[in-house]
Design a protein around this ligand. Structure first.
Ligand SMILES: [Zn+2]
Length: 491
């Protein structure tokens, strides 16, 4: 296989040709959501980015196993292992069982992802379903001298690990700076006194008597630390070393740095060949945050019910907006920008669909169709440069319009290829849906199927079924007319 796809590897800080470990198979792990609140704009970007990556890798012929976890336990409010478990806190405030909170927000996350046309991952493991695997990894880390138990909790020993390993390589942190920084905060955080060193992180936490989410372990009842779930689950489903690990840049430290330390410390191998990180979303130039009043859930986005929005924006407008920036650049959301994108998307979808209506009888093409198509691929191969691909699709629409007015010429063969590839890029790889005609497209598909089934019934002389299809459709206002060329329908 050729390896045209290049991805920016955060670990090497370079764009590298993507070569999988066991072609054509690709193992991809992406950190999933902690399900304690409504899905928001911050969830849209990573999952759209990696959805496009999976779609494109599928098109290139790879067989991707996409694992994306659900964090339903162990994610504390504070990165230094202090504060409440986010889900337990929400459960207490809402007077629900923690697993009721998990269920409610897992369902709303799935609904939002489906609206954004993100395909589901191949495996969606939950942290609470992999306690045994996490305990096993913690035991291995203790046996290897990289972790220690104290008062029913277990911590990763960063100092011991850093003697022979480059801790901080992924995130570009220097251990000495981290120690100095952590020392200043040390007094204000609980649980710190148990650690040998403030940079150590929790692998297992002792559960206080009031803590509901608890499991037996060799160290007493407790619950796993947040970082160890991803190491244990990626190892279980993708192996000790796999191809790609994705997530937002906000997860670089401490989460992904800790994942590397845990995997390396327990298995003796770096877990991931390509680390791929998407940049963050800002809103009118500001970081998104509940305290800033600019925290927008996807539900508010789709309904327009947030004070920062003048109208509702459809899931495809949000998707297209996100794809108009390369995934590693920052992206600023704003009402006006979204309005512009909404118009642009409509124009692009109509333009690409209009290629189907073009008639041509030219002997030669007046522009380089193969070259244009190559530019689509060049854009995606260059670290998923979706804005360049989108620009080339607009260029395609412009050329299509010139063909329609006779100012450019295209052969039938070229036109067929261009139609097919342009719609593949827009609808299948970028995952844009034609929202304007979504209902009627689906109806056409359903009606094609029903007419086909009715024809089959007639051929089998099963007139009871063919009449039943005709009568039930009539009852909902759809008329079928039989003619020489087969049946047609009208509303
Ligand atoms: Zn993770």
């Amino acid at each position: 296989m050729d390896h045209p796809l290049h991805l920016y590897n955060t670990l090497s800080r370079k764009k590298e040709a993507f070569v999988p470990i066991a072609e054509p198979f690709v193992g991809l792990y992406v950190c999933g959501p902690t399900v304690y609140g409504d899905p928001h704009l911050g969830h849209a970007r990573p999952y759209i980015t990696f959805d496009v990556l999976v779609r494109y890798m599928g098109h290139l012929g790879y067989k991707v196993r996409y694992v994306r976890n659900i964090t339903d336990v162990g994610h504390l409010e504070n990165d230094a292992d202090a504060g409440d478990d986010k889900i337990a806190k929400k459960a207490r405030l809402a007077e629900l069982e923690p697993m009721e909170v998990v269920q409610q927000y897992t369902v709303s996350f799935h609904q939002a992802m489906a609206l954004l046309n993100n395909r589901p991952p191949s495996i969606e493991p939950r942290a609470s379903g992999h306690i045994i695997e996490q305990i096993q990894m913690v035991e291995q880390l203790i046996a290897n001298g990289f972790a220690y138990a104290v008062n029913g909790s277990v911590y990763f020993d960063v100092t011991a690990y850093a003697k022979d390993h480059d801790y901080g390589k992924l995130s570009g942190r220097v251990l000495e700076d981290l120690i100095a920084g952590a020392g200043n905060e040390r007094r204000v955080l609980d649980g710190q006194d148990e650690k040998r060193n403030p940079t150590d992180f929790a692998l297992w936490k002792n559960a206080q008597p009031e803590h509901i989410m608890r499991w037996p372990s060799p160290w007493g009842d407790g619950f796993p630390g947040w970082h160890v779930e991803c190491s244990a689950m990626s190892k279980k489903y993708l192996g000790e070393t796999f191809d790609i690990h994705g997530g937002g840049m906000d997860l670089l430290f401490p989460h992904h740095e800790s994942e590397i330390a845990q995997s390396q410390g327990s298995c003796g191998r770096h877990p991931v060949n390509y680390w791929v990180h998407n940049n963050m979303i800002t809103i009118n130039g500001q970081k998104m945050g509940k305290s800033l009043g600019n925290f927008i859930t996807l539900g508010e986005m789709f309904s327009g019910s947030h004070p920062k929005l003048s109208q509702a924006f459809s899931p495809m407008t949000v998707r297209f907006f996100i794809l108009q920036a390369q995934y590693r650049s920052t992206l600023d959301f704003g009402n006006e920008a979204l309005q512009g994108v909404e118009k642009g998307l409509k124009r692009l979808v109509e333009g690409i669909k209009n290629l189907d209506k073009l008639k041509t009888s030219a002997d030669t093409s007046s522009f380089d169709v193969a070259g244009l198509i190559q530019k689509y691929y060049d854009a995606l191969n260059d670290d998923l440069n979706t804005p360049i691909l989108i620009a080339q699709l607009y260029e395609t629409v412009r050329l299509g319009n010139l063909v329609a007015t006779g100012q450019e010429k295209i052969t039938t063969t070229d036109l067929t290829l261009l139609r097919k590839t342009a719609s593949l890029m827009l609808f299948d790889i970028l995952g844009i849906q034609d929202e304007q005609n979504a209902g009627s497209n689906q109806l056409e598909g359903v009606m094609d199927l029903l007419l086909h089934l009715r024809q089959q019934a007639k051929s089998n002389k099963d007139f009871a079924t063919s009449d039943q299809i005709r009568d039930q459709l009539a009852a909902v206002g759809i008329q079928i007319k039989d003619g020489k060329e087969g049946a047609t329908w009208s509303l």
